[in-house]
Structure formats: C-alpha cells, structure tokens
Design a protein around this ligand. Sequence first.
Ligand SMILES: Cc1ncc(COP(=O)(O)O)c(C=O)c1O
Length: 426
Amino acid sequence: MNNFNFKNERGFAQDLDKNDPLNHYRSKFLLPQNKNGYSCVYLCGNSLGLQPNTTKQYLEEELNDWSKYGVHGHTKAKRPWLTYHLQAREGFAELTGSKECEVIAMNTLTVNLHMLMASFYRPNKKKFKILIESTAFPSDRFAAESQLRLHGFDPKNGLIEWSPRNDELHIEDLKNILDKEGENIALILIPGIQYYSGQTLPMKELCQLAKNSGIKIGLDLAHAVGNVELELHEWEPDFAAWCTYKYLNGGPGSVGGAFIHERHHGNDGSEQLLGWWSNDLSTRFEMGTTFSPAADADLWQVSNPPVFSLTPVIASLHMFQEATFKKLRKKSIQLTSYMDFLIQDTFNGQIESITPLFNRGCQLSLVIRDSSLKGKEIFYSLTEKNVIGDWREPNVIRMAPTPLYNSYEDVFEFVERLKTSIHENL
Ligand SMILES: Cc1ncc(COP(=O)(O)O)c(C=O)c1O
C-alpha cells in the first residue's frame, strides 16, 4: 500500500497537508492542550474522538428548546424529541451501507448487544453455542458468556473461540471450527475490526459463511463505523451494533447504534424485549394493553431517546455527511500509510505494526520488537511529550490518525517524538 512515494521529511508532510482537500476540518474540532497551552498530537480517535465545535451549539439548541417549550418540545423543538432518534438515521445508514429503516440510535454498545442477542440468540439443547474470537473485547466476551448462563448453559463448553495466528485471525481457521462444530453453534458474535490488532475482518465473507451454516451472526462495529466501508444491507448480518464515541466523535458514553436486517422486520415482537417505544408510533400514546409492533428497526427501541447524549452524535453525523465518507476514507488510507512508512523508515524493525497492511482502517497497533526497550515506558514517555494514543495490555501502542482532524504533520510529529522517547529509554 506504500505506493505514495512518501518522504521522511517535515516539509513533505506539510505539503501533503496543504494539498489535502479536507484540511479545513481540523479547525472544526477542539484539540486538547497541555498545561503550557500547546495542542497535543491526538491519535486516539479509536478510543474517544474529539469534540466538534458544533456540538456545543447543537446542545444549546436543545437546552433552549427545553426551556422554551417544556414538554411541548416533544413536538415543537427544532429537532422534535418524540422522533429524535430518526435524526441519526440518514447518517447511520450512509456510514453502514444500510437502509434507513434498518438502523436505530439507542442505548450503548454492550446493552445493544444484549438487546439484539435477546432476539437473535435463541438456543436449543442441540444448537446453543456462541462463537467469538479469543481476543474479543472483554465486554463482548462477558456479554456472550452471560447470555449462555442466562439460557442455562455453561460458558466452559458453550463458548467457542476463534484464535489468531501470528496476530491475525484467519478465515480458514474459522471454517475448520464450523466444519467440526457448526451444527452446535447458534450465534457468531464477531467484530468488524479487531480492537487490539486493528485487523479488518472479511465481514462479507463471514456473513456468508454464517448464513450457509444456518448460524445467526452479529457484528460489533465499534472500531469499524466511520472508519472503513460497510455494506450491511448487502452483507446481510442478522444484526450489528456500534458505539459513537470513537470515530464518530459523539462524546464519552454517547448513544450507540444498531442495525437489524430488513428480513427480520415486520414480526410481532414476541421474540424480544419490548417497551413502549417499540410500539408503533401511531398507537403508542393510546396507552392501551395491546402491543402494536413498529414495522422496522424501531421495534428494538424500548425507551424514549436520551436526547442530550444523542445530540452530539447528530452534530457529528452532519459533519460526516458534509465531508463524505468516500473522501474521508481516501485520506485515511494515505494518512495511515504515511505513519506506517515513517515507522518502517525510522525504526528499521525496532518497532513494528502488527496491523495487516491490506486489512486495516485508521489504526496501527505498534509493538516494540527491541527487547531492551519496555513498551509501556515508551508509551508513558510519549504521553509526557503531549502525544495521545493508547496502550493495550499486554504490549501494544495503538495510534489512529483520523482523516477529519489529523494532519500529516501530526503523524510526522508523533514519529519524531517517538524517536526521542526511544533514545531517552535506551
Ligand atoms: C469492541 C468493543 N466492544 C464493546 C465495547 C464496550 O462499549 P460500551 O461501554 O459502550 O458498551 C467497546 C468499547 O470500547 C469496544 O471497543
């Protein structure tokens, strides 16, 4: 992927920035500063994205509408609260390659995994196992284990793990598991991008495999949404869920998103958890005792939408729509490739990315190969130098330049400071 004729020079990085058609988006974000007032090099959008300037304005609009209308804000607010979740539909649909009727803003990620497993994990005595990857994000593992227990199964034999080889998950290994165990597996719960290694999984192929094996499949898109191309409607997972505080810049703990494929719409809701907001809008406020199911993904919405934690998501989605994902992804590939090039050119194998070259989004997961160096100390030293990334046990520094607010010079500066950190720790 390094066919960009990159140069390991600050002037070259600055030229790339000058010619970047998206460079004006950086000034639309608030960059954290250190105590001396210097903006940090922020490469942590894979963990928590930055705050767009417009977030405050959107939140103030809601606060003003609340003060102006009180309860009537449900219908009179600029963005009426009664159907507030619909404000996120177009943006979510565009970023996930879904139909608008298939996506919904609700809850938070792990809660959504549970809500969706309540519908799609319907085990019986023979077919009850859940397949995850062995290095799954702990929340996904705990969610899957607790679902097994809730249905009376022991995770010790109910949970099947697909393990990476040389830091990568290989689809052939999954096929081998399915050959042996397929008929006992009820659900595959798998990420779109693996949080530790940054590997993008072959989601289309995984969905096809699951479908051919008669197994339900759900995708955790925490690290994929707003990062890589998704075509959920076409790939046909049964469900997917994501958070919005990473690449979607929705703020800490912001409302998550969910996808339920259209083929599951139109049911009576008898196989899932329900609430009054799952009821069709036309009869929701009749306050009757008969449930009338919403016809689309809204059926999975249980409560009324948490307006204030959804507002920043809406502000951010509007920015994504304006910038267009196609342009963002194009820059992202170049930005991450530049970081990869600088790491290779500067460190000559002393530090390496374990993120697969052709299957990746923004993030590179860096491992210190030089045994005389301690990764965690290098990471802390970088943090002191006002570079923000994150450390994941046991030994990875994750750095994710994002195309909306990161520059090529950020990437260059990060590698310069990494060089200094390494010299200091030798
Ligand atoms: C892959 C993955 N799954 C699940 C979660 C948990 O998200 P939440 O706390 O919003 O439920 C995260 C959080 O970072 C994550 O990265």
